[in-house]
Design a protein around this ligand. Structure first.
Ligand code: FMN
Length: 202
């Protein structure tokens, strides 16, 4: 059954469902996986939900190559069908990404654009990082999530990472020290994710 077509027939997500923490940078020297794993670990604390890393580098999609628009769900390529199954298997998403030139990474937009209905109604949180936190990337992504009919949570993260936090190779020297101030905000995302999923059951 296609649960995305009709909200009345959609199975309500249950606590214990899987939430993807999306690693939204795929650069070879990226710092995103460490940040996403710190966020995942904090979200998982005492949560009945299961938070899993979903690394776009592993998904390894080409630039959008489907002949038909995603809303039709008539996918020509197996990589799209696999991505569709993967996204459909999650009840919610936490998008972790760096700000790139006042926007968010192209690889993340590409991954979103491959699908349409699979994203609908899913709760979504955003977590950006940059020297000023990445608020411009957040604003852009929130607009896109609205276009995909996702339910953006009120809480989001804008993690400030400055030159003082990184070594000469621009790797985080001490993730815990840098991200510790965001612990309460991160836990709030889990609370809101739970509320959003429980709303589905009413
Ligand atoms: C293409 C590109 C654009 C960037 N633009 C910004 C920016 O607009 N604001 C900012 O604070 N940092 C910017 N940076 C610095 C990134 O925050 C920093 O390189 C960070 O490590 C990127 O995350 P990643 O290593 O996980 O890819 C940019 C970096 C790259 C590679």
């Amino acid at each position: 059954m296609d649960h995305t077509q009709n909200p009345d027939t959609r199975t309500a997500p249950q606590p214990g469902d899987r939430i993807a923490v999306v690693v939204g940078s795929t650069r070879p020297t990226r710092i995103c996986p460490g940040i996403a794993e710190w966020i995942r670990t904090e979200l998982q604390q005492d949560s009945p939900l299961t938070y899993e890393l979903l690394d776009l580098a592993d998904i390894d999609l080409p630039l959008l190559d489907e002949p038909l628009k995603a809303a039709l769900q008539q996918y020509e390529h197996e990589h799209t069908r696999q991505w569709s199954r993967t996204v459909s298997s999650y009840s919610g998403f936490v998008f972790v990404f760096p700000q790139y030139n006042w926007g968010y990474p192209a690889v993340l937009k590409n991954a979103l654009d491959f699908l349409y209905r699979e994203w609908h109604d899913k709760p979504a949180a955003v977590a950006s990082y940059g020297t000023r936190g990445g608020n411009k990337g957040v604003a852009q992504l929130l607009g896109v999530l609205q276009g995909l009919h996702m339910r953006a949570l009120d809480s989001h993260l804008e993690l400030v990472i400055t030159d003082a936090d990184v070594d000469e190779d621009w790797q985080l020297k001490n993730i815990e020290a840098t991200l510790h101030p965001y612990r309460d905000q991160t836990r709030a995302i889990n609370e809101q994710m739970l509320e959003a999923l429980q709303d589905d059951q009413q």
